[in-house]
Design a protein around this ligand. Sequence first.
Ligand SMILES: [Fe+2]
Ligand SMILES: [Fe+2]
Length: 224
Amino acid sequence: MMNADTQRWPDSFDFRKDLLCQTRFKPYILKQLDLLAAYDAKRPAGSTYIFHEHARRVAQDVKNTCLYLNLGETVAENMYWAVLIHDIGKMQFPPEIWDSDEKPSDNIKAYRRTHTEKGAKQFEKDFGDTDHPFKRLAAEIMRLHHEQMDGKGPNGTPGTALSAPVRLAAIVEAYDGWSIPRPHFDGRDTSPPAVIQRIRTEKAHMFDLELLESFAEMKLSLYK
Ligand SMILES: [Fe+2]
Ligand SMILES: [Fe+2]
């Protein structure tokens, strides 16, 4: 459910100075990234979409977009740490389900997409004794990052119920997924301009278009 402090950009705490963030959330996140790297190591040698690398790229791009939008360092850092763990639910599946030479079937895709709810439940359980705006932010991003503005995401959440942090995470995370060449992409162009153009033309219904353009400006300004 939405709550007051996640409808807007997270500025009610500062991850870099907050005691609970530094003493509990940060070590947890770093440990989860190590576990994700170990999980990636169990996947086939040829896999290109490496989850712990994806997590760091997405977090960095989200942070850069926040800074580009002048949301300030605090929001940018808070978002960075929350996004780093968005896919930890993937580790609850056998590692072999992620890599296939063919385009995955809708069934497989839907099954894989439950990593959102699985991750959020695990995270909320691991911090069951804690109430903190970072916990709500990270859980919301974990749970909703594959939802769509047109309401046709895996859980059917309507776009009006998606907060700005979730909308931005959804854009950046999808962009990253589409910019990593995979066997079933059949050699299509995965350069930043091509991926952004493809999102604008074929995937626009999924995303917040204003945030998409801000992200695109930020990303393309770095690509020369
Ligand atoms: Fe995901
Ligand atoms: Fe992701």
